[in-house]
Design a protein. Structure first.
Length: 184
């Protein structure tokens, strides 16, 4: 199984890493499917607006809701998320080089969101790279059942992993440096 996750330490850093990776892969002519998250600061200094761009060059959907300045609840718009899931599911095929999912989040942890799309991609032998956060790590580990590799949020390492799992690289020196930690 070709499943990996990455997690950057700062708020929103994983989103930036995955967006840059998707752009680099597109520039190389690779066929990526999935979503990358774009966080935009708000004029009112509230929490950022969250959008996802459907890969490769699809719709940009606002997945955050404005619940007001005093709100402390979850701002995710589940309808927008499921719209993104539907668009990605419709574009997924065995010809895709890589599925990128911006985050294995609460919805995926609860069995919704991109969870089935990830499983479908793996069944098609399409490599999958997901963003992860500490909160949802246990659910991802259960989902992955010890078969995922955790990669550092280093662009060179991520590109090397993609090359390895898509057979785009003749040799990676055994790949031992890529498996920084196995989940499970």
């Amino acid at each position: 199984m070709k499943l990996a996750c990455t997690m950057a330490p700062g708020r929103g850093d994983t989103d930036l890493v995955l967006e840059r990776l998707a752009n680099a892969l597109a520039a190389r002519g690779m066929r990526c499917c999935g979503t990358v998250q774009i966080n935009s600061p708000r004029a009112d200094a509230g929490p950022c607006d969250m959008d996802v761009r459907v890969l490769p060059d699809g719709a940009v959907l606002r997945i955050s809701q404005d619940l007001g300045s005093q709100s402390r609840g979850c701002r995710l718009d589940p309808v927008a998320l499921e719209t993104a899931v539907g668009l990605v599911a419709a574009a997924l095929s065995p010809e895709v080089d890589l599925l990128i999912v911006n985050k294995f989040g609460k919805h995926e942890a609860e069995g919704r969101g991109f969870r089935n799309v990830i499983a479908e991609a793996l069944a098609m032998d399409v490599p999958v790279l997901v963003g992860l956060n500490t909160l949802n790590r246990p659910a991802f580990e259960t989902f992955a059942d010890g078969l995922a590799v955790e990669l550092p949020p280093d662009p060179a390492v991520l590109l090397a992993w993609v090359d390895m799992v898509t057979n785009n690289a003749p040799s990676l020196g055994g790949g031992a440096g890529l498996q920084t930690a196995c989940l499970g």
